[in-house]
Design a protein around this ligand. Sequence first.
Ligand SMILES: *Cc1c(COP(=O)(O)O)cnc(C)c1O
Length: 422
Amino acid sequence: MQLENTLAFSRKMDAEDPLAKYRSEFIIPEHRGKPVIYFTGNSLGLQPRRTEKYVKDIMDDWANLGVEGHFSAEKPWWDYHERLAKPLSKIVGAMEEEVTVMNTLTVNLHLLMVSFYRPARNKFKILCEEKAFPSDQYMLKSQARFHGYDPEEALIEVKKREGEHHWRTEDFLQAIEEHKDELALVLIGGVNYYNGQVMDMEVITKKARENGIMVGWDLAHAAGNIELKLHDWDVDFAAWCSYKYMNSGPGNLSGVFINQRYHGKEDIPRFEGWWGTKKETRFLMKPEFEPMPNAEAWQLSNAPVMSIAPYLASLTMFEEVGMDSLREKSKKLTAYLEFVLRAIEEEVGGTFEIITPEQRGCQLSVLLHGEGKRLFDYLMAEGVLPDWREPNVIRLAPVPFYNSFEEMYQFGQILKKGILQK
Ligand SMILES: *Cc1c(COP(=O)(O)O)cnc(C)c1O
């Protein structure tokens, strides 16, 4: 299709968009009485209108039933979290038994390291991408130290090549080949938070597994954004947060994937708690831990339903729409944003560069040559909410659930004015 950088064309795209109606399912913050152009769904997804009721239901059950809510609420609390496994399994491409929700992302990564980072004398290294998300770096380094290794020595960071803005899959494969006898674990962000690159999870996982190395993926920027097939790719474990593309609310729960080959084992190293023991006998309060036959064996505490409720509310929308159609719109919307950016670039002369490679989700990271925070502040003042990363990168994440094609056009006009204003 021939794209056009015009208001009429963007409106036509919205009119033909089968998901356009979902925009009104979200509460969009306002700036001077008009909805903002929200580009930060990769940081905090917007609030679905239906969420409030899910939370209110728990508040009401708690008020009306007290402790009885555990078993006699309409959605009983004791197994409330089970409702999330099915929708989540579709989003990440897993079997229902392989996913559950618990804790928060960094906490889960640490807990998963207990089971899946098992360094032995000469096989103790961890391969990750250079400049991984800071929390992941701290997590990996502290794990290495916890096991008595020097993080400088334990961590192998795969770098981008000189002058390039993205990682090459072959560089990951080569690093695994080179260090295969020393590597205990490969743990990488599935979608890089900075440049928006989708890593080749299938190929990298295969290479690591062929060499007897555990593989985990941090899917914070991937879950709810791109297609995932964790089970088919034979990934060992993965974790993600729910407040970015899955719109569950600030700081909310994390989901985990644990490959079924690790289920039902009593001898696997794992930190355990009562919510991981078999639910049939859980309340008999026995001294023995009998693991749940699925990913739930890794659960520790009773489920925080007040936090799970918004996650469930949001997942009902993913159930209605499905990842395929969400992704289809996402590709179109991001392609249109890219088209608009290129058109503006041409009109004003080359001032920016899209550093996100073609393997991408919805995010575009834009390097602003000769521009700085001034342009970002201007955009904020004009009711655009992008994300700013030092020294001069703006990240724009048009989210297929609530961003429109017209917003991409409007953003282009605002941006052009801002650049010409200098
Ligand atoms: C957002 C994000 C986190 C955040 O972790 P929390 O424990 O939820 O605060 C961690 N890792 C990556 C890669 C992220 O993108």
